[in-house]
Ligand binder design. Structure first.
Ligand code: AMP
Length: 118
């Protein structure tokens, strides 16, 4: 899917709508999910215009890829210490992706059993 810069996370990156920011660096922005599925539910998004994980891995530079995933690790440590957590990235609508700017969900704070929670 080609990147559509009217998506809601692009608007957050441009400062057009607010977010509950928890972390930002040159590669990534992290903020609270508006509909949390766990006591800790933070979204981490790259600063670049990538529609999905697959698009990010196909087009981002190695510096961007490393910078982004380093930011995910920093967010998890900052928000959750050394406790257990789950990372999710839905790649495509069939996998549940609703916002087409690549993002990783960081979830923690409650027991998580089955992989899909069903
Ligand atoms: P996904 O379904 O994997 O694309 O995840 C999109 C996530 O974005 C969902 O968990 C939504 O609750 C969340 N979301 C949608 N709009 C906002 C917003 N304005 N601020 C924060 N999170 C949002």
């Amino acid at each position: 899917m080609s990147y559509d810069s009217t998506n809601i996370f692009a608007k957050i990156l441009r400062g057009e709508i607010p977010c509950g920011k928890v972390y930002e660096d040159q590669h990534a922005l992290a903020f609270h999910d508006i509909a949390p599925a766990a006591p800790l539910h933070v979204l981490v998004i790259p600063k670049g215009a990538y529609s999905s994980f697959a698009d990010f891995m196909a087009r981002a530079t190695p510096v961007e890829v490393h910078g982004f995933f380093a930011a995910v690790a920093k967010v998890a440590a900052q928000e959750n210490g050394t406790a257990d957590f789950r990372l999710i990235s839905n790649n495509g609508e069939g996998a549940g992706q609703t916002v087409h700017h690549f993002h990783v969900h960081v979830l923690a704070g409650r027991p998580m059993g089955g992989l899909l929670g069903e």
